[in-house]
Design a protein around this ligand. Structure first.
Ligand SMILES: *Cc1c(COP(=O)(O)O)cnc(C)c1O
Length: 492
């Protein structure tokens, strides 16, 4: 049945407001007329004619469709310029946005892993809008090598003879295997055939690098003699992989680098270790669980060590490869290196981040990753107590909020079994019979993610947990508080 917009509507009950007068398609202005509207002029001045005209066309089309169905109130027409502005702003809003990480996981892969230090941000700003000496030797006035921007720093910090950098640690492992053992055999313990997220599995990486995987030992126990008996004329590499995202416990045995190095050397085969997270300072000095250091691996006799730039190191995404000069040279000259090389943007950030390690006693202040990891629980608790009343006010009466002890994580597969004692705000729904706990928590999480500065928290034990470890005091905390009225509004 086709009828006019108001023709056969039932009479409204007296308690409801009368339906607003609907607009007809002919009431809508033409695109040109809308663009000549005085209220639209500032928009065109800001963004140019093309974008605004395209958005005006789409907006008018959408409204016309509503008018055809009699669903566009006539009064809405005066909101056209404002609607157009909103549409243009939405079109221009970046997809990548800042969020507040209240998950309690410091190196959250889904939230961008390590935050860059101020020095790294400054270096990006200083060098990226200008020509720079990426591959230009200013002393000699000749072509240079981009690796040289960070190589001496990496050597100084780790004690390596040479170093090179690529796009990420996955690329470092792939390149290392391909360059040192392509077409040959790589010996790895069955307890170390790891899968890290995103389909990066050691056996598949071997195949992609053109090497043949030779598994030795068992899942829980591998001995030095297992490696020794597997070494033959086709062996290209002995490889150790740090089991960064899981732990094998109980009746276990693994061969450490210090034991394996002389075996590798006796057979003239290089030993490579994939450390994964690669902290450059001993975390135990702050009471954190210790991670193996690249410098120790080199001392123990590894020829090549690979690790990530954006895990515990606290820098940009990058894969760092350090070790003996002859092997690093082979890796650097391997053709695949060109396809995996680090671009100038992360390189600028990496150099500035590594330079912070020259002042090790300032790291917990200057490097956000270490600042967050070493925050005293008492300080986080005090912050939670400070924020509590404002959050209670915003969430009442539907949710109850309390300060709670929590356990967070380092993240990015680092130290998976260890948790970080932390503190934060636990939010529990006040059940009103209308929605279950799950529904209420979903709604709360959705509202938090829809805030201008989205908040990411986690659900634990039928509560929403906001771990405050990564909420820097000062500006970040103020931003969190400033959004609470909007949160209250969204949940009304
Ligand atoms: C994280 C990790 C990688 C991959 O590093 P990316 O920098 O993410 O590419 C490889 N190996 C191990 C053991 C890891 O922990």
């Amino acid at each position: 049945m086709v009828h006019g917009p108001t023709a056969s509507l039932p009479a409204s009950p007296s308690t409801e407001r009368p339906l607003p007068a609907p607009a007809a398609p002919k009431d809508l202005p033409a695109v040109d007329r809308l663009l000549r509207d005085a209220a639209v002029a500032p928009l065109i001045a800001a963004h140019g004619h093309a974008l605004v005209a395209a958005q005006a066309r789409e907006l008018l089309e959408a409204w016309r469709a509503e008018a055809l169905q009699g669903r566009l109130p006539l009064a809405r027409l005066q909101e056209l310029p404002a609607a157009l502005r909103q549409r243009c702003e939405a079109r221009l809003a970046p997809n990548m946005r800042r969020v507040l990480n209240l998950t309690g996981t410091v190196l959250h892969t889904n939230l961008g892993r390590a935050l860059l230090a101020d020095d790294a941000l400054q270096q990006i700003l200083a060098c990226m809008g200008s020509p720079n000496n990426l591959e230009f030797d200013l002393a000699r006035g000749a072509r240079g090598d981009r690796d040289s921007l960070v190589e001496s720093l990496l050597c100084e910090i780790t004690g390596a003879q040479a170093a090179t950098v690529v796009n990420n640690n996955a690329a470092a492992v792939l390149l290392g295997i391909a360059a040192l053992a392509g077409g040959r055999e790589v010996i790895v313990s069955r307890g170390e055939l790891v899968e890290i997220g995103g389909a990066f599995r050691m056996p598949d990486v071997m195949a992609a690098a053109g090497a043949r995987l030779v598994e030795v030992g068992t899942t829980n126990r591998t001995h030095a003699r297992d490696y020794e008996t597997a070494i033959g004329p086709a062996t290209g590499l002995l490889m150790k992989v740090h089991t960064s995202n899981y732990a094998i416990q109980g009746f276990t045995a693994a061969v450490d680098e210090a034991t394996l190095a002389p075996i590798a050397q006796a057979h003239g085969v290089p030993l490579m270790t994939d450390l994964g997270s690669g902290s450059l300072v001993d975390l135990a000095q702050w009471g954190l669980p210790a991670e193996p250091l690249p410098q120790q691996m080199l001392k123990d006799g590894c020829d090549v060590v690979t690790f990530s730039g954006d895990k515990l190191l606290g820098g940009p995404q990058a894969g760092l490869i350090v070790g003996a000069r002859q092997h690093i040279e082979r890796i650097r000259k391997f053709p695949m290196k060109r396809a995996l090389r680090l671009s100038k943007l992360p390189l600028a950030a990496l150099e500035a981040t590594l330079r912070l390690y020259l002042k090790p006693d300032r790291l917990t202040r200057d490097l956000p990753t270490l600042r967050h990891l070493t925050r005293p629980v008492a300080q986080i608790e005090a912050q939670a107590a400070r924020v509590l009343a404002s959050l209670q006010r915003a969430l009442a009466p539907r949710f109850e909020v309390r300060v709670a002890a929590m356990r967070g994580q380092i993240g990015s597969g680092s130290l998976p079994v260890e948790t970080l004692p932390s503190a934060g705000l636990a939010v529990a729904p006040v059940l009103d019979g209308k929605r279950g706990t799950g529904r209420a928590l979903d709604e709360l999480q959705t509202a938090l993610r829809a805030l201008p500065l989205p908040v990411v928290a986690r659900v634990q034990a039928d509560e929403l947990w906001m771990d405050l470890r990564c909420l820097d005091e000062g500006e970040r905390e103020a931003e969190f508080l400033a959004q609470l009225p909007a949160l209250a509004e969204a949940l009304r």
